[in-house]
Write a protein that binds this ligand. Sequence first.
Ligand code: FES
Ligand code: FES
Length: 157
Amino acid sequence: MIEYKGINEIVLNINGLDREIVVYPHETLLHVIRGQLNLSGTKAGCENGDCGACTVLVDGVPMKACLCLAVEMVGKQITTIEGLKETPIQQSFVEHGGFQCGFCTAGFLLNVHAMLKAHPDADDEIKKEWLNSNLCRCTGYEGIKIAVDTAQDEMRK
Ligand code: FES
Ligand code: FES
């Protein structure tokens, strides 16, 4: 295990590109993504692991970037919302009103995308369990549910 102290030069693979950054060991992935890499689609909500607005994919698995240290991410493939393109769930959110203010949307999209890849036949229980990680302050859950169900149908075709 590498021990990090002081200022560290590291390389993170974000959306398929190697990005060289300089970080202290205590800096979170969320702060690096937004502050250094200017990828503002990842939102800072609670910064406490509760809201899911900061969700990114790490090697395809949804993780809360506010709970990850940037130095822990060396050697992993990180996907932010800027790296998610033309997926059924994005189209479905647009068509079925899966967002209002949009603050929570990137987190939901990445989480649902990963869920439908891992569980193409996810039932309501599985969907509820996965989506419990994300909060929508606008409480637009009905639109989100319809969007998720429709995207799932689309992916099964
Ligand atoms: S900002 Fe990370 S879970 Fe809320
Ligand atoms: S759409 Fe506003 S927080 Fe979810």
